[in-house]
Write a protein that binds this ligand. Structure first.
Ligand SMILES: Nc1nc2c(ncn2[C@@H]2O[C@H](COP(=O)(O)OP(=O)(O)OP(=O)(O)O)[C@@H](O)[C@H]2O)c(=O)[nH]1
Length: 391
């Protein structure tokens, strides 16, 4: 298959490059040394802690088994939940200013996932943002920023929504326990630490986290195509629009509609219609290759693709290329008006968002362009803007 014209190869950070705070401080090294016989493991984990997986946002990773990405992710999450089996994909972050406690806790939970640690609240927060652990075992009584302050920042950060906090504390009164739970922690582990209790609690919460992740992913997925659904797209569009406005970057949007699809359904039936939508969706998913690009089903036979940091020229090339790709699927559609196979019309909008622009207006502009593409004969893409007047 020919590559998409004018696109850059996805910039991927090389594994092992990039650093995060909390790894390799003097205390971290002391903690590793203090762990008889296993110091190297903790040290290695701490080094790995600074390594972004591949520079792409979670959930947008391509890869090889041919299943839609979202489906693969949901499957993985469900796999983690199934039977409570803990896989190496679980990450547990210990934030504690005592090397002895880190050593002890690491030994207790090391079979339950990849263990990272940080010896201060600030370092722990930075590490958590990069590594997105499922569980954070958070010491309450730390020097500087205490556990409650760290927890508050975790709760406020939308990127850390998927990380559950278990407080670890020597204060075991009912009031202390209630304060931890009221602060939003999922659980509470009392000191002195008991290995069986720690493992049971960690196991339970890893299971719950996996189930929650799977549910969250399903809630964002379109059932027929496995693409993201409109709800998720609208959220991402709002976030990307704000980011592009802040950094003054050009944002691209493509609204894609299958041509004469009613006729296709009438001729071949809804089941074949569904199959056709799935094939189109797969072409769109496969075409969203650059980091941050997102394809979603907008409703019915209409799809939408968000293309971050994309100039009008590049967006026009994308539109033409995607029209050709969908035509090249070669799905027979003898009654269609533009060609004897399935085609699509695409409305494009490229925008450097200014203070008065809105995501809704951008979608509306793309919709108007799509309407013009239909009127001009279908099987084409049209850029939003003033309609060319006849000479
Ligand atoms: N099979 C199937 N059909 C769907 C689905 N969602 C919407 N449709 C059908 O898509 C068709 C859309 O028809 P119209 O809105 O008239 O548009 P069109 O026939 O594609 O015509 P143009 O858009 O003008 O090219 C309707 O027949 C819907 O029933 C779906 O999930 N599966």
């Amino acid at each position: 298959m020919a590559g998409r014209p004018g696109t850059r190869t996805a910039a991927r950070r090389r594994p092992g490059h990039g650093r995060a705070a909390g790894a390799g401080t003097a205390l971290d090294r002391a903690a590793a040394r203090a762990r008889p016989g296993r110091g190297h493991r903790v040290r290695n984990v701490a080094r790995a802690a600074g390594r972004p997986a591949d520079g792409r946002p979670a959930g947008r990773r391509g890869g090889g088994d041919g299943r839609p990405r979202l489906r693969r992710r949901a499957g993985r999450a469900a796999g983690r939940a199934r039977g409570g089996q803990v896989t190496p994909t679980n990450t547990i972050l210990i934030i504690d200013d005592s090397p002895d406690t880190i050593r002890l806790l690491s030994a207790m939970v090391r079979e339950q996932g990849r263990v990272l640690f940080a010896t201060s609240g600030a370092a722990g927060l930075e590490l958590a943002k990069v590594q997105r652990p499922q569980l954070i075992l958070l010491d309450v009584e730390m020097q500087g920023m205490d556990g409650f302050a760290v927890n508050e920042q975790i709760r406020r950060d939308p990127d850390l929504r998927g990380s559950a906090v278990i407080f670890v504390t020597a204060q075991s009164s009912p009031e202390a326990e209630i304060a931890c739970l009221d602060a939003g922690a999922v659980d509470f582990i009392p000191k002195p630490l008991n290995a069986a209790v720690v493992q049971a609690r960690v196991r339970t919460h890893l299971r719950l986290q996996a189930a929650l992740t799977a549910l969250d992913e399903l809630a964002n997925q379109d059932g027929l195509t496995g693409l993201y659904n409109r709800r998720y797209f609208d959220r991402q569009l709002a976030a990307e629009f704000a980011r592009h406005r802040r950094h003054q970057l050009p944002l691209g949007l493509a609204l894609i509609d299958v041509d004469d699809f009613k006729l296709f359904n009438d001729r071949y039936g809804h089941q074949r219609g569904d199959g056709c939508l799935q094939e189109v969706a797969e072409a769109l998913r496969d075409g969203a290759r650059r980091p941050g690009e997102l394809a979603a089903r907008y409703g019915g036979e209409e799809f939408v693709v968000l293309l971050p940091n994309t100039t009008p020229d590049a967006l026009e090339r994308y539109g033409d290329w995607m029209c050709r790709r969908i035509g090249a699927l070669g799905i027979a559609h003898p009654g269609a008006s533009a060609a004897p196979h399935v085609t699509c019309s695409i409305g494009l909008c490229a925008l450097l968002p200014g203070p008065d622009d809105t995501a809704e207006a951008m979608l509306h502009a793309a919709d108007m362009a799509l309407y013009r593409a239909k009127r001009a004969g279908r099987n084409r893409s049209v850029m939003a803007g003033p309609e060319p007047q006849p000479a």
